[in-house]
Design a protein around this ligand. Structure first.
Ligand code: FAD
Length: 123
């Protein structure tokens, strides 16, 4: 995870286990002469005092923020938007939703679309 790589938002360097695994595989393929780009939605999880938190995407800055669910119950999701686009999500206790979101976020989506998916998963 010491390597920076180009993205549409400029050079990025993300220190996550999963990103390091994905990029190690891509680096090896490129050393073997393939031409593979890193195009996955960054994802990591971490656990603190018995609670697992998940983070999808990558937002160094944002102009829109929505927190849904309950922080005291450790069952929440926070949406970070940048210029109308869903840039990142931080959550706890919503693992089925975040598994779906990581797939949906492979294509650009709006914060409103993320919130609509949250509402689908509540129903
Ligand atoms: C305290 C801490 C907590 C973290 N928690 C999380 C978390 O909860 N979730 C998450 O997604 N990420 C977490 N991370 C980040 C994650 O650990 C890194 O993103 C990931 O380990 C990077 O993998 P890597 O293979 O690029 O590098 P590393 O895992 O650092 O592997 C590099 C390897 O190269 C070896 N090496 C270095 N120099 C040489 C040399 N000259 N010759 C031979 N070998 C050498 C090192 O000994 C090491 O084994 C955490 C990091 C820290 C420090």
């Amino acid at each position: 995870d010491i390597a920076s790589y180009p993205t549409q938002q400029g050079p990025q360097r993300i220190e996550h286990y999963r990103v390091a695994h994905q990029q190690g595989r891509i680096a090896a393929l490129n050393m073997l002469g393939k031409r593979e780009l890193y195009d996955r939605v960054p994802f990591f999880w971490t656990a603190h005092y018995g609670t697992r938190y998940e983070y999808l995407g990558h937002a160094t800055e944002w102009d829109e923020f929505h927190l849904l669910g309950s922080l005291p119950d450790k069952r929440f999701i926070a949406f970070y938007g940048q210029q109308g686009r869903l840039a990142a999500v931080c959550s706890a206790g919503m693992y089925t939703l975040t598994a779906a979101l990581v797939e949906h976020m492979q294509q650009p989506m709006t914060v409103a679309q993320g919130i609509a998916l949250f509402e689908d998963y509540q129903g």
